[in-house]
Design a protein. Sequence first.
Length: 306
Amino acid sequence: MPVSGKAAAGDAGASSTAARDTGVRGPAARDTGGSSDPAAPDAGRTTVLHRLDGGVSWITLDRPEAMNALTWDQRERVIALLAEASADPAVRAVVLTATGRGFCAGADLRGAPAPARERVAGDVARTIRLGAQRLIAAVLDCEKPVIAAVNGTAAGIGAHLAFACDLVLAADTAVFIEVFVRRGLVPDGGGAYLLPRLVGPHRAKELMFFGDALPAAEAERIGLVNRAVPPEELPALAAEWAGRLAAGPTRALALTKQLVNASADSDRSTAFAAEAAAQETNMTTRDANEGVASFVERRAPRYRGC
């Protein structure tokens, strides 16, 4: 079950009412992703910022007063933007970040559509499949590399949203919390799938069984975070890494992402077959031929993303 944003924020020891804007805006601008529910707390307000800049799609959660607890509308907007990134040749990398002191403090159900009837058996599983799991799948399946720039608390589905990204950068003041156990809940949003693959089953169980806050520096040490840096350095680092990805061979990166994501679920023969198929596909791209040509001609490659 999703975790309420207020509960997660409280467990993280942060006050949402005192939150100030220290998030990673990058070149993000206001988008049209506000709530569609006139009764919702954020009705009429845009709570997801988006801008395409230099081949990078910047997606920014913008509910700092709620530690960016994820609403139904925000989730749907992020899923849509990730799908657009996959389909748009102008997008060659994605940065997922937030404003304020929280990256994402869990799921906030206040903006969810009201149920049309009393809950029956099967409703909860369906909600998880179509909600939290669909969001995580959108990140994993995005055909462009996705960087998480974690500016603050990432709890519950917020932590899993970060872990699903291809690269994770974090402010050294950020914390990650598997908050579900504190509410007597089973982790959702693919947590039990992602964490063992990232840190092994024993460490994953430690995080999920106890629900202790994991500082960014420790998350970096155990491999959950690529880099933990001072908060003021996070925007520049995210922009630098995204820029490098955007200048790279986009289809080769997409195929590499697919191979790595599938590797833990494949036997050797399946993995080798997938690798050979990816090589075959990639060698039909202009970027692959440009890479080979640039090597032969002893010059820097000029990748076009196709």
